[in-house]
Design a protein around this ligand. Structure first.
Ligand code: GLY
Ligand code: MN
Ligand code: MN
Length: 355
C-alpha cells in the first residue's frame, strides 16, 4: 500500500490538493486493503486515515495496516470535518465519478474549504496491475475454467438457463471464489443474439448455440470468461461459419496486443475480420475492457479509446457476432499485456464444443 500511497501523493502535489477523500469501495480497497463496506479514506501528504464505524474498527486495524483507524461516534461527516480542521486542509479532492450530488451538497455545507472534483485519480493507478494483482486474477481465471469444465455435462436439452447460472455460481464458490463478478449470461438459441442475455427461464434445446459469460471474485479480483457451445445436435454450417469468424477475430486481435499499441487499433483488427466476413453490423460492442477489482475498468479495447497499452494492463478480448432471430457467438479470454505481446490467462479450448 505504501507504493500506491506514494504514487497518489505525487498526483496530489501535481493537482495542488492538500488531501483526497476516497469513498469508492474499489479505490478504498486498492489504497488501503480495507474490505469493509463503509469507511472513508482521508489521505494527505503526511497522513493516511481511515474513518469507519464500530462494525469495522477491528477489521480495519488488521486490513489497513498503513492507516490510522478512527472510529466515528457521531457521524462520519462530523469526524471528517474535525480531521479537516486538525490537518488544516484547505483544498480537498473528492471522487466526482462516485459521490452523489446530495453527498456533495453535504460536504459543501459542512466543510469550510475548497472542494475539488477529481476524475480517475485512483483509477489511473489501477490501470497497471502489480504482480500480486495478476496472481489473484490468474487464480480467479483458473477457478472459472474448472467450473466451466464441470458445467458442460449439465448443458442438456430441457435444462433451464437459470439453473445453469445457479450451478455455476455454486461450483465457483465451492472452488474458493467469494462470489460472482457479475450477473451471469446464459443465452441459448435465439437468445444468444442478446449480447447481455442474462440467464432466464428458457429451456435449452437441441441444436442451440449457448453463450455462457461468467466469472468470479477471488480475493477481491474478478475473472470474466465467455465460451459458446452447441448443444447435442450440430453444428450447422452457419453455426460453424459464425463461430470460426469470431474465433479468427479473437485470435488475430490477441496477436495484435503488445505494449505501445493503441487500444483502438486492437479493436480495429477484430472488427475488420468480422466486417470482411459480412457481419460488421452485428458486432455492436467494444472488443474488451480492463478487469481488476471491478469487472469493467479502464482502459477499454474500443474504437473510442486511444490509450497506448502498457505492460501490466489486464484486458478481456471478446469479439462477438449477434444475428437477430438466429443466435450469436462470443468468445472471451483475459490477457496481461507484456512488452512484446500478451499472456493469455485462459487455457480452456476455443474449438467449437458440442456438449
Ligand atoms: N459480462 C460482461 C462482459 O463480458 O463484459
Ligand atoms: Mn464476460
Ligand atoms: Mn467482459
Amino acid at each position: 500500500m505504501q507504493t500506491r500511497l506514494k504514487m497518489l501523493r505525487k498526483k496530489l502535489v501535481k493537482e495542488e490538493m492538500d488531501a483526497l477523500l476516497v469513498n469508492n469501495p474499489a479505490n478504498r480497497r486498492y489504497l488501503s486493503g480495507f474490505t469493509g463496506t463503509a469507511g472513508s479514506l482521508l489521505i494527505t501528504q503526511q497522513e493516511a486515515i481511515l474513518v469507519t464505524d464500530f462494525r469495522y474498527t477491528e477489521q480495519a486495524k488488521v486490513e489497513a495496516v498503513d492507516y490510522e483507524i478512527i472510529e466515528f461516534k457521531d457521524t462520519n461527516l462530523e469526524m471528517l470535518n474535525q480531521l479537516i480542521i486538525e490537518q488544516q486542509i484547505e483544498v480537498l479532492g473528492f471522487e466526482a465519478e462516485y459521490e452523489t450530488y446530495a453527498q456533495y451538497l453535504k460536504y459543501q455545507d459542512k466543510f469550510e474549504l475548497e472542494l475539488r472534483a477529481t476524475k480517475g485519480l485512483v483509477k489511473e493507478l489501477r490501470k497497471i496491475k502489480e504482480q500480486t494483482e495478476v496472481t489473484k486474477i490468474k487464480e480467479a481465471v483458473q477457478i472459472t475454467e474448472e467450473a466451466f469444465s464441470e458445467i458442460q455435462q449439465s448443458l442438456q436439452p430441457g435444462v433451464i438457463e437459470r439453473e445453469i447460472a445457479a450451478e455455476l455460481e455454486f461450483l465457483l464458490r465451492k472452488k474458493g471464489a467469494r462470489g460472482k463478478s457479475f450477473d451471469f449470461i446464459v443465452a441459448s438459441g435465439k437468445r444468444s443474439a442478446l449480447p447481455h442475455g442474462v440467464a432466464g427461464e428458457k429451456e435449452i434445446e437441441a441444436g442451440d448455440l449457448v453463450t455462457i459469460d461468467f466469472g468470479c471474485l477471488y480475493q477481491g479480483y474478478c475473472s470474466d470468461m465467455t465460451r459458446t457451445v452447441v448443444v447435442t445436435d450440430g453444428p450447422t454450417e452457419k453455426q460453424k461459419e459464425v463461430y470460426y469468424t469470431v474465433l479468427e477475430a479473437q485470435q488475430e486481435a490477441l496477436k495484435g496486443i503488445q505494449a505501445g499499441v493503441k487500444a483502438a487499433d486492437v479493436d480495429q483488427i477484430a472488427r475488420d475480420i468480422i466486417t470482411e466476413a459480412g457481419y460488421g453490423d452485428y458486432f455492436g460492442h467494444g472488443l474488451g475492457h480492463s478487469v481488476g477489482l471491478e469487472i469493467h475498468e479502464e482502459p477499454r479495447l474500443s474504437l473510442k479509446d486511444d490509450t497506448v497499452l502498457e505492460p501490466g494492463m489486464v484486458l478481456t478480448v471478446e469479439p462477438g457476432i449477434y444475428l437477430p432471430d438466429w443466435g450469436g457467438v462470443r468468445i472471451e479470454d483475459i490477457v496481461v499485456v507484456t512488452e512484446d505481446g500478451c499472456q493469455v490467462l485462459n487455457k480452456f479450448s476455443k474449438e467449437l464444443i458440442v456438449v
